[in-house]
Design a protein around this ligand. Structure first.
Ligand SMILES: NC(=O)c1ccc[n+]([C@@H]2O[C@H](COP(=O)([O-])OP(=O)(O)OC[C@H]3O[C@@H](n4cnc5c(N)ncnc54)[C@H](O)[C@@H]3O)[C@@H](O)[C@H]2O)c1
Ligand SMILES: O=C(O)CC[C@@H](O)C(=O)O
Length: 527
């Protein structure tokens, strides 16, 4: 019988499901060393947010087939390390959506009416009504940052309670926001006009400290902020300072830069302007049952040799189909990610052009992989091979598939054309021998570049000296160039330059590159 290790508290219903097909060992509170020691015995690992599945844990996991995260965020799992080892990582992208949205609404009302402090005062024997005079939320403006699953439910309920809704989400269509009764605005407008601001976006390098001293200065002093998304999106030092100085009226936090919150965190010394809960967003009986069943079923299926339905890293296809299509799916996902980053987010349509042998194959997995790649800068681990089509539809992205069976330079090739309100971007790619991925054109400029983790792309005028200038700038910031290529259609016309880098581009360098005469546009691409 296979063995499953459950290392965080999981609802019994999930454990019962697993016990039908496996020996289930529940061991809560293991240290990393303890986990590394016992993980080689196990075929599956089921966790919540408590267990950190590090690279070292994965390296030791020689039998492991699947890691199941009973929740959404897989930020406590080294997913690339798991993928490299062929370990499937699954999550439950929707099981706790309602729980997290309702916790947010409870936090907003608690902030408006000082419920936690009023309750504590009454229990301490006091009867002070004046101190706890609150504000109404009716007719107030709620600014929602991140209008995905949780943000959308918050919007629906808040609208029914009479709030005016603003939203900022660079990856969402205006149409979808309007359906939810939200006016899609730029961040500065949301900061300036909102009475309440609620965060429902992933934590990424781009969203780290999105709320900081500078952005807080753009908010009304009467504004209140709620974070039930991820710690680190708010700079806690700046927040404490703003609350203490009266620059901001209140904050309700469910998530923190370090969890558990340090015993001496200055947040703990704040008065009734701050409400703190210990990452309870998903802690309802219903959500815990949902996520336990969702993830236990997937672990059971994988142990029985069936595909998983919400795999974050490996698609749930029959092994024979997967073997044939996997390299093209990887190509489609990489090109989707690239074109999404170049098109700047608000993509309204994606054309998937299948050429050569690709045009004669089953196309659905390729289209889905392209959409997964396109949406991954916005949705990170929440988009998978199962929900990518639906997510794209809900975001108002129209997908058009075209086929051309004639072969040109490669056995099979793929072109993705993404249209946003302000631009159209196209990328093509193919597989070389040994299924090596190649980007073969960008905006119809021919190139032949292997996709790498860090890339810099420029659109520029083909003129003497320009390549040298960019190289010098990268050198002066100590960034090492791995390879460089220029694609052009005519001498001294427009051109594209693709530079693969060994290191991420440091802050400020892109602005410098954009100042170089002849550079029309430049992009940092992380694949
Ligand atoms: N407190 C909890 O217990 C709890 C429970 C569940 C989820 N969460 C967290 O809540 C957050 C939202 O979850 P969800 O299920 O709604 O995710 P989702 O993927 O459905 O929605 C996230 C939205 O954020 C948008 N987004 C991405 N980058 C952005 C940016 N830079 N600026 C503005 N918007 C951006 C995306 O386009 C997307 O619409 C996640 O961080 C998740 O980890 C917390
Ligand atoms: O397991 C939990 O309670 C955390 C849940 C939440 O943060 C998630 O990402 O799903």
């Amino acid at each position: 019988m296979p063995k499953v290790l459950v290392s965080d508290p999981i609802e019994q219903v999930g454990l019962d499901l697993l016990a039908q097909v496996a020996q289930v060992d529940v061991k809560i509170g293991l240290s990393e060393e303890e986990l590394i020691k016992i993980i080689p015995e196990y075929d599956a690992l089921m966790i919540r947010s408590g267990t950190k599945v590090t690279k070292d844990v994965i390296e030791a996991a020689n039998q492991l087939k699947i890691i199941g995260r009973a929740g959404v965020g897989v930020d406590n799992v080294d997913v690339p390390a798991a993928t490299r080892k062929g370990i499937i990582v699954v999550n439950s992208p929707e099981g706790n959506t309602i729980a997290a949205a309702e916790h947010t609404l409870a936090m907003m009302l608690s902030l408006a009416r000082h419920i936690p402090d009023a309750n504590a005062a009454v229990k301490a024997g006091q009867w002070d009504r004046k101190r706890f005079t609150g504000v109404e939320i009716y007719k107030k403006t709620l600014g929602i940052i991140g209008l995905g699953k949780i943000g959308s439910h918050v919007a629906t309920v808040a609208r029914a309670m009479g709030m005016k809704l603003l939203a900022y989400d660079p990856y969402l269509s205006t149409e979808r926001a309007e359906q939810l009764g939200c006016r899609l605005v730029e961040l500065d407008v949301l900061f300036a006009e909102s009475d309440f601001i609620t965060l429902h976006l992933p934590k990424t390098p781009e969203t780290q400290h999105l709320i900081n001293a500078k952005t807080i200065a753009k908010m009304k002093p009467t504004a209140r902020i709620i974070n039930c998304a991820r710690g680190g999106i708010i700079d806690e030092v700046a927040l404490v300072e703003a609350l203490k100085s009266g620059r901001l009226a209140g904050a309700a936090l469910d998530v923190f830069e370090n969890e558990p919150l340090e015993a001496d965190s200055p947040l703990r010394s704040l008065g009734m302007e701050a409400i703190l809960t210990p990452h309870l967003g998903a802690s309802t009986e219903e959500a815990q049952v949902n996520v336990a069943i969702d993830v236990a079923e997937q672990i059971r299926d994988v142990l029985l040799g069936l595909p998983a339905r919400s795999a974050v890293n490996i698609p749930g296809l029959r092994p024979d189909v997967l073997e044939k299509l996997a390299p093209y799916m990887q190509l489609a996902e990489t090109l989707g990610n690239l074109v999404g980053q170049l098109a700047g987010g608000r993509v309204e349509s994606l054309e998937v052009r299948l050429q050569g042998e690709l045009a004669t194959n089953e196309s659905q997995p390729i289209v889905i992989a392209a959409l997964k790649g396109l949406l991954s800068p916005a949705l990170r681990e929440r988009v998978n091979y199962v929900n990518a089509g639906l997510e794209a539809k809900e975001r108002g992205i129209r997908v058009v598939e075209t086929r051309d069976e004639s072969q040109r330079d490669y056995a099979g090739s793929l072109t993705l054309i993404a249209k946003s309100p302000s631009m159209t971007r196209s990328v093509s790619g193919a597989l070389l021998s040994h299924n090596e991925l190649r980007i073969t054109s960008i905006d119809d400029f021919p190139i032949s570049v292997a996709p790498t983790r860090y890339m810099l792309l420029t659109l520029h005028r083909d003129m003497p000296g320009i390549i040298g200038k960019i190289g010098t700038q990268l050198g002066s910031f100590n960034v090492n160039i791995a390879s460089m290529q220029v694609g052009r259609k005519m001498v001294r016309g427009n051109a594209v330059m693709v530079i693969s880098l060994d290191d991420p581009l440091p802050e400020g360098l892109l602005e410098e590159i954009l100042k170089v005469p002849g550079i029309r546009d430049a992009y940092i691409v992380n694949l």
